[in-house]
Design a protein. Structure first.
Length: 159
């Protein structure tokens, strides 16, 4: 594939990294910036890889609807058992469980990026002929992790 389209999206999300040696073993959150790179073999009849609004509706809105202002916890995290108890009321008509998203991986930036490329991208872009090939997850402006299906050409963010 030789054509690329890139877009990023910001979300606020909490997590906990099971087994972490430092502060990240505690419940905490980030203002994540998630960079998506989509690729296609050919441009469409307008001359695009994908309309940027389609990247927004298919990838960015998935983040908004599923992870924004939620707490990502690994399904095997012992803390998840306590926090997903639907009997714990929050006082506003919801339960604590309403804001918890159980994921099948320890929610490091690396694993989040990989999940977005290997699972979410194919689901959301199914039938378009477009592939999500690269995802960078910034936890802070100084710290990010990348998962890519193949090396990206001319990408200044790669080291």
């Amino acid at each position: 594939m030789s054509w690329q389209a890139k877009r990023y999206h910001d979300i606020s999300c909490g997590h906990r990294v099971v087994g972490h040696e430092g502060k990240c073993r505690h419940l905490h959150g980030h203002n994540y910036r998630v960079h998506f790179t989509c690729e296609a073999d050919e441009l469409d009849n307008v001359g695009r890889v994908i309309d940027f609004s389609d990247m927004k509706s298919k990838l960015c809105m998935w983040l908004e609807e599923n992870w924004d202002h939620k707490m990502l916890l690994w399904e095997h995290d012992p803390v998840a058992n306590v926090l997903t108890d639907d009997k714990i009321k929050t006082g506003d008509g919801t339960t604590l469980d309403d804001g918890i998203v159980l994921v099948p991986f320890n929610p490091t930036a690396e694993n989040i990026a990989q999940h977005l490329v290997l699972v979410v991208g194919p689901q959301q872009l199914k039938g378009t002929g477009i592939k999500l090939t690269y995802c960078e997850v910034e936890e802070t402006r100084k710290c990010s992790a990348v998962y890519a299906l193949q090396p990206q050409k001319n990408d200044s963010r790669q080291m």
